[in-house]
Design a binder for this molecule. Structure first.
Ligand code: CDP
Ligand code: CDP
Length: 221
């Protein structure tokens, strides 16, 4: 398939992917896709239907059913699911188990690639965008920060759980995502890694935007 300009942004939880991608999308006129949302939808549905999240054949069947029910690639952006619902603790706990299933990843990968063929310029965030989904992306970023800083950001952002619980979730998800066999979370060889631990959002954005401009992306007037 032919893809236009793709900006790939990967990294662990609360590294700042969504915040910076939304800003880049606006600055450069890119369509934005949050790939983690799809894994969260599958995990959410599995919990609703009481399907064990480590049952690969059943979860793959569920994934096929959800894709079939939705038109074309619309599962990726489905508004049937409230973001707040998808970001609750049970989904946080279940999502990495769903995301380690190779057959599920393969289906989500196909959907994302199909989506990208319909948008000329896009920015996609996730865990395997620069490594597996778009290995030839025009620009690849790997955002990271210490687990403690990231947990603190999530606590501020969601004003929900205790710091200890959030830190535990962040570390557990990092471990699961980094150690799985199928497209684990790892920086692509040609990714620009930014440790955002001691940077403001503006500083991170400044670096990302400069890189995008130097790679030929044009500011959206
Ligand atoms: O927002 P946050 O970084 O906390 O999570 P997310 O981007 O919504 O992703 C949730 C989970 O989906 C991750 O912990 C991964 O297990 C999985 N995921 C993945 O495996 N591959 C992607 N491209 C995106 C998400
Ligand atoms: O998408 P991801 O899970 O990587 O992170 P996010 O949802 O963008 O959340 C990051 C949170 O940390 C947001 O509330 C940001 O305002 C904040 N933050 C950041 O993203 N980058 C910094 N350098 C500092 C703070």
């Amino acid at each position: 398939p032919r893809f236009g300009t793709v900006v790939a942004v990967d990294g662990p939880a609360a590294a700042g992917k969504t915040t910076t991608c939304l800003a880049l999308a606006k600055t450069f006129g890119l369509r934005y896709l949050e790939s983690g949302r799809t894994y969260r939808i599958i995990a959410f549905e599995a919990l609703q239907r009481e399907i064990p999240v480590d049952n690969a054949p059943e979860i793959t069947g569920l994934c096929d059913e959800l894709i079939e029910q939705s038109r074309s690639t619309s599962l990726l952006t489905s508004e049937r699911y409230a973001s707040a619902e998808l970001r609750k603790k049970p989904v946080n706990v279940a999502v990495s188990a769903v995301a380690r299933i190779a057959d599920v990843r393969q289906r989500v990968t196909s959907l994302i690639r199909l989506w990208a063929t319909t948008h000329e310029h896009c920015v996609v965030e996730g865990r395997d965008i620069g490594t597996a989904i778009f290995p030839r992306a025009a620009v690849k970023f790997y955002l990271t920060a210490t687990p403690e800083v990231r947990a603190m950001r999530r606590v501020r952002q969601e004003r929900a759980e205790s710091y200890e619980n959030v830190l535990e979730d962040v570390i557990r998800r990092d471990d699961a995502d980094m150690s799985r066999k199928a497209s684990p979370l790892v920086p692509a060889a040609d990714a620009i890694t930014i440790d955002t631990s001691e940077l403001t959002v503006e500083q991170v954005l400044h670096r990302m935007s400069s890189t995008c401009r130097s790679r030929g992306l044009e500011i959206n007037q």
